[in-house]
Design a protein around this ligand. Structure first.
Ligand SMILES: [Zn+2]
Length: 430
């Protein structure tokens, strides 16, 4: 259906208002307008309201979205499930199982093969940019960062890959080692990341993290408050630290689950500070649904685990959703399919009635947090990187997996073959 070269016109496609800033056309209540897209030499040469064009390919009102941006993943952990499942589905179960697997199995080859498998899946589903956290507890940082750098080069032009180091914030107490890690991350043009816990010296340790980020000009990426414990307020502590350190880089904070368990006054105070400090927040709805409110004795979970994205967005805080873990002890499922993430987010987080600009959570907003100009929106002059779905409305789009979607990169439909799980069998034996 999509020509493999040259120039062509796609007519009668549905584009969303929140992802097509330059389009002037009548938008319906769901935010869609019928439009025509002209493609030439791998670029979008124009996007106009749907009219009539003699040699256009009529797509019958099918939805076209920009390629996805997945701003929070762990492709260094991905796909270890068959050899290291989570014994009980809890957060501690995940942490311990992953730690044991990392120590025993994460050679450069093991990490590289699983990363490549993940990237091929993400690419086939229509992802154009992806940030992965990289477990950086010694000595893993010396193994995984070179693999990441090689992978980023190999994938350049297909997936724009970013890396953020990952370690518990108590690791920052070893100042010399953390100083070396920050230098390593800076050399790889990465992002500085830690997992915050309510340790007694949290404020002091956060100051160390901000100091290193300022020294090396790095953006920051935190895992915060991935717990139902209402006493976990590290999101607020991060915002306060950003303000008193006068930090000017981008800060992305993931999870923030406990915020949904706190009293309103506490929530309001935190959101004020998060907005003032310019933090962006990413919710990981599938992973949070899996790990949070996991109860003993097979009793039923009673909350969804996600943070307060509606309240954040209402205050102008940039919000995103992302894949997080895939087939590892933190989440038994997942395939880096951002349409699945958006579908699940719509259901878990109520991204509907109205849909409004929620589609930006998987495209334009994470692109901005990741400083990727031209990603996550469709505009004349931009790369012809988009996904053509069967669905013509939100209910059609989000009711089926859309496994037959067409992913167009640089104007051409790509081969969407997913890697076979059997490829990883050799890594799964004891
Ligand atoms: Zn994560």
């Amino acid at each position: 259906m999509i020509p493999t070269f040259g120039s062509y016109h796609l007519a009668n496609v549905r584009l969303h208002r929140s992802l097509t800033p330059g389009l002037s056309a009548p938008f319906d209540a769901d935010g869609f307008a019928l439009a025509d897209i002209a493609v030439a030499d791998g670029k979008i040469s124009s996007i106009t309201a749907h009219g009539r064009s003699a040699d256009a390919i009529d797509l019958g009102g099918r939805i076209v979205l920009p390629c996805f941006v997945d701003c929070h993943t762990h492709i260094d952990k991905g796909h270890i499930w068959p050899r290291k499942p989570n014994p009980d589905g809890t957060f501690m179960g995940a942490l311990n199982a992953t730690g044991a697997d990392r120590t025993a199995r994460w050679s450069a080859e093991d990490v590289a093969r699983r990363m490549d498998f993940s990237l091929r899946s993400a690419y086939a589903h229509g992802t154009r940019a992806l940030r992965t956290h990289i477990d950086s507890v010694a000595p893993q940082e010396e193994i995984s960062w070179p693999v990441f750098e090689t992978m980023r080069e190999a994938w350049r032009g297909r997936i724009e890959l970013q890396g953020a180091c990952l370690l518990g914030i108590e690791g920052v107490r070893d100042r010399k080692w953390f100083d070396r890690l920050a230098k390593r991350v800076a050399a790889a043009k990465g992002v500085l990341g830690v997992v915050t816990y309510m340790v007694p010296d949290l404020e002091e340790l956060l100051d160390q993290v901000f100091a290193q980020a300022i020294k090396h000009g790095l953006d920051l990426d935190f895992h915060a408050d991935e717990t139902d414990d209402a006493a976990a307020i590290s999101l607020k502590k991060i915002a306060e630290a950003a303000l008193w350190n006068g930090f000017e880089g981008n800060i992305l904070v993931g999870h923030c689950c406990s915020l949904a368990r706190q009293p309103d006054l506490e929530v309001l105070d935190t959101l004020d500070k998060v907005a003032k400090a310019g933090l962006a927040v990413v919710s990981l709805p599938m992973c949070n649904l899996y790990l949070q409110d996991r109860r003993p004795d097979q009793t039923t979970p009673r909350w969804r685990g996600v943070t307060l994205l509606h309240e954040m967005k209402a205050r102008g805080i940039p919000v995103a959703v992302a894949s997080d873990n895939t087939r590892d002890p933190f989440y038994a499922y997942g395939d880096l399919d951002m349409l699945e993430v958006y579908r699940m987010a719509t259901r878990i987080l109520h991204f509907d009635h109205p849909v409004a600009d929620w589609p930006q959570t998987v495209s334009a907003t994470p692109a901005s947090v990741m400083r990727l100009d031209g990603f996550g929106t469709l505009a004349a002059g931009g790369d012809a990187d988009f996904i053509l779905f069967k669905g013509r409305s939100w209910t059609e789009l989000l009711s089926r997996p859309e496994s037959d979607r067409i992913v167009v990169r640089g104007g051409r439909a790509i081969d969407r073959q997913l890697p076979d799980y059997a490829e990883l069998d050799g890594l799964m034996v004891e």
